[in-house]
Ligand binder design. Structure first.
Ligand code: ADP
Length: 480
């Protein structure tokens, strides 16, 4: 250790206040019920391997009963309720998320592996903000779409992934309720706990029974939701492969669909950029949250004349990143979400080496138990490398260089995905030029991974279609 390095003392967040039941049923029609399937599976803490709870595995009959509850609540209660009354419920959910934010953040980190700093400062507050924001829209839909008569659709089936469990639930549920729809939501199999906590919150807020139903299970539970004939709208966030299956299976029906799928974002640094800020932004864009972000800036493009400096600064900053206990407030990179995901990342590390790329990892120590991965650079990558073309969903950054704007636009767009991108430059004109030419749903300029409920998010090409957030996020839940 050089004299300029120091170690932080551990600063673990307490977890004894977080109440996790030994077993959870399905939240259907306003209460937790035992699954008709009679099946349960265990959910774990990926940082320690510790079992946290037993979770119901919803079968087809359970899906039927959740959809029936949602239909009944839609026809009898929610559709008829004055919009300003609906808004009060949504507002109340937002307030209770705030009140219980500490517990939600701790459980999010325990079940998902993300650093407590992330879940406490980003996931939970942003989830509350989404409910606040859409509570505001509920009685203003006629003004959002002038000269149109917006009408709700009915029952929405919503399926979400494991990387932002509570936040994705908020992204899905808040606009659906604001527009007068009822919901059946399924969290990912590895991260059900905060969605189940949200079910408790919804129950405690006295939302009319059946307006929101939260059921747990694996891919076949999701498929049963998608194929249910009484579902009017499907909102899915997850892998491009499953997105394609869903699109095929609803072809020929009049179900509405939005898909938010994979990504492989370009983060572009020009030689006139403030380099230190750009390096910090790149680190934030790919390594914090273990790269478990569909919009992660996983492909770095650096203008050739500053490449050496940027790479040297990236390496130095990576050396200071703290990988370890997600509940420690100092941790930058927590646990990989599951064994399966860690295997996938390790597979791509092997692919990158076999493709002949220079690899860099800091010499930090990984905890002995749990699923962890060192932040990794692949230097000297080319457009044709698999590690450049395929989504890894881990803390792995490829670095390519470029000389001209035209070249970097071509390279950044030459990929099956188009969810997000980042640009670092001192010149506003370059930013505007690039934002119109990059085929990505979101382009950040001189920042990265910034989210706000009022701004829409969504992709091009194999990253999906439809927008979530903002006024645009209302549209997929309405007949206009
Ligand atoms: P990831 O690679 O992010 O885990 P998946 O697409 O496998 O993404 O999972 C996202 C969500 O989709 C999870 O809730 C999962 O249970 C669900 N899911 C998986 N397979 C299917 C399917 N065939 N139909 C509907 N939902 C599915």
């Amino acid at each position: 250790m050089s004299k300029f390095e120091w170690k932080y003392a551990a600063a673990p967040e307490a977890s004894n206040h977080a109440k996790i039941d030994a077993r959870y049923g399905l939240f259907i029609n306003g209460k937790f019920v035992n699954p008709l399937s009679k099946k349960y599976y265990s959910t774990h803490n990926p940082a320690t391997g510790q079992k946290l709870s037993e979770i119901a595995e919803a079968g087809e009959k359970d899906v039927n009963s959740a959809v029936a509850a949602a239909r009944q609540a839609y026809e009898k209660v929610w559709k008829k309720m004055p919009a300003k009354e609906r808004a009060k419920y949504i507002f109340r959910i937002a307030r209770v998320i705030q009140e219980r934010s500490r517990e939600l953040a701790v459980i999010e980190s325990m079940n998902g592996g993300k650093p407590i700093r992330e879940s406490r400062d980003f996931d939970v507050p942003t989830a509350a903000n989404h409910f606040f924001y859409y509570a505001g829209w509920a009685d203003k839909l006629d003004y959002a779409f002038p000269n149109k008569k917006p009408k709700s659709l009915g029952v929405a089936a919503q399926i979400i992934p494991w990387n932002f469990p509570l936040l994705m639930a908020a992204w899905k549920i808040a606009p659906a309720l604001a527009t007068g729809n009822t919901v059946v939501l399924k969290p990912a199999e590895t991260t059900p706990l905060t969605a189940l906590k949200l079910a408790e919150i919804i129950r405690d807020c006295d939302l009319p029974p059946g307006v929101v139903n939260i059921i747990t299970g694996f891919g076949n539970t999701g498929a049963a939701m998608v194929n249910h004939p009484d579902v009017n709208k499907i909102a899915f966030t997850g892998s491009t492969d499953v997105g394609k299956i869903i699109q095929k299976s609803i072809a020929g029906t009049d179900k509405k669909l939005t898909l938010e799928l994979g990504g492989k974002a370009a983060n572009i640094i020009f030689d006139d950029a403030p380099i230190n800020q750009a390096v910090e932004g790149v680190i934030n864009g790919i390594f914090f949250n273990q790269g478990h972000v569909c919009c992660a800036g996983s492909r770095l493009f650096v203008q050739e004349n500053i490449a050496e400096e940027v790479i040297q600064k990236l390496k130095a900053r990576m050396q200071t990143l703290i990988v370890g206990d997600p509940l420690d407030k100092n941790t930058d990179i927590g646990a990989i979400n599951s064994r399966e995901q860690l295997d996938k990342i390790n597979y791509y590390l092997k692919v990158g080496k076999e493709e002949g790329l220079e690899i860099y990892q800091p010499n930090c120590k990984l905890p002995a138990n749990g699923f962890y991965c060192k932040p990794t650079l692949f230097i000297g990558a080319a457009q044709s490398n698999r590690v450049v073309q395929e989504e890894i969903f881990g803390p792995v950054l490829t670095i390519q260089t470029f000389r001209t704007i035209e070249e970097v636009i071509e390279k950044a767009n030459n990929i099956p995905y188009g969810l997000s991108a980042g640009v670092w430059t001192d010149k506003g004109s370059k930013i505007f030029n690039l934002t119109t030419k990059l085929r990505a749903g979101v382009v950040w300029a001189n920042t990265y991974n910034k989210f706000d409920p009022s701004s829409p998010f969504g992709g091009y090409k194999e990253s999906g279609f439809g927008r979530e957030g903002g006024l645009h996020g209302l549209m997929p839940y309405l007949n206009l």
